[in-house]
Design a binder for this molecule. Structure first.
Ligand SMILES: Cc1cc2nc3c(=O)[nH]c(=O)nc-3n(C[C@H](O)[C@H](O)[C@H](O)COP(=O)(O)O)c2cc1C
Length: 322
């Protein structure tokens, strides 16, 4: 991270932040990005899925690969392999994933309640990746009775982790309730490594508020799914510049491009468009006439259908029918 800069990170989101979407977010101002979480075992087997997860283009740098697992040796070996394989700018360790399948295998947030293992993982990864930086992403604790982000961050710092992103929720919260920025702020005050604050940043005013919490940068996830321009908007607010929100035409044009690139990536129009359905739900949130629009988009299978929907929607807006 450059001295004096205050970067915006795109939060890793499984099934969402692939290379196509990351490229879009980079163009809109996302400063640092990572892949979605990839299992250490997946790296060892180098299957097609994993290959896709870890690939990125030069335009996406600085890029990290995020790994998860609960076995320090396997994680360290996976990190070495992925470094040789795709040459990322850093390796990120996931200590936040609340999904049972991951937690049961002692990965993700399960390490938040096993500090000795968390330390072993961090130490093994730092050693294996040296001189490449290793960063970490944590939640504030396992549940409300065991909020320990200050303790875990100190352990991570002591193990040589170079930056920690803190999602201000506990594992037990999942994505409910709200992110606790007081805890994020106390983590930032307790360690010397950069702390990146994450959770519920939805627009420039929230980002401006969170900027003063002592963190070294902000990480944005779900809001970018609806509005990738959020990075441009926040950067403009930081610089005191005026920001012009995209027009509806511009929003549709980005959606069209995203779909078209996804179709190329999948190599199959139907599969590509079906995979975009949930993304289209996010993109159309807040659009005029969103309800009927979303019901049509939930069954979409081709770019031609999408073109028809866009044309119809824009015509309806211009004629005051939506
Ligand atoms: C669909 C989805 C997938 C996610 N996948 C990951 C992941 O692979 N790795 C990770 O560290 N966090 C993951 N997260 C958590 C986000 O990175 C982020 O911490 C969380 O969404 C809070 O930020 P936000 O309020 O800006 O969305 C995921 C979140 C969502 C909604």
């Amino acid at each position: 991270m450059k001295k004096g800069s205050f970067p915006l990170f795109l939060a890793p989101m499984a099934g969402v932040t692939n290379s196509v979407f990351r490229t879009i977010c980079r163009e809109k101002g996302a400063g640092v990005m990572t892949t979605e979480f990839v299992s250490a075992d997946g790296i060892m087997h180098k299957n097609a899925r994993t290959r896709e997860y870890v690939q990125f283009t030069e335009a996406e740098r600085p890029m990290g690969v995020q790994l998860f697992g609960g076995d320090p040796d396997r994680l360290a070996e996976a990190a070495k392999q992925v470094i040789d394989w795709v040459h990322p700018d850093f390796i990120d360790i996931n200590f936040g994933c609340p999904v049972n399948k991951v937690v049961c295998r002692h990965g993700g947030s399960s390490l938040l309640r096993d500090c000795p293992l968390l330390e072993k993982v961090a130490l093994a990864m730092v050693k294996a990746c040296d001189p490449l930086p290793v960063t970490a992403k944590i939640r504030i604790g396992w549940d409300e009775k065991s909020i320990n982000a200050v303790q875990t961050s100190r352990i991570l710092e002591g193990s040589g982790i170079r930056r920690v992103a803190v999602h201000g929720r506990t594992k037990a919260q999942g994505y409910s309730g709200s992110a606790d920025w007081e805890v994020i702020s106390s983590v930032a005050a307790s360690v010397s490594i950069p702390v990146i604050g994450n959770g519920d940043i939805i627009d420039a005013p929230t980002a401006l508020r969170r900027r003063s919490s002592g963190v070294a940068g902000l990480m944005i996830g779900r809001a970018a799914m609806t509005n990738p321009w959020i990075f441009t908007e926040i950067l403009a607010a930081f610089e005191g510049k005026e920001y012009h929100a995209p027009t509806l035409e511009e929003r549709w044009s980005l959606v069209r491009r995203h779909c078209a690139e996804e179709v190329v990536t999948r190599g199959n129009e139907r599969v590509g468009m079906q995979g975009m359905r949930s993304r289209l739900m996010a993109y159309t949130r807040g659009m005029p006439g969103a309800r009927p629009l979303r019901s049509i988009l939930s069954g979409i299978s081709s770019l031609m259908e999408l073109d028809g929907v866009i044309e119809h929607h824009l015509a309806g807006i211009h004629h005051g029918e939506v």
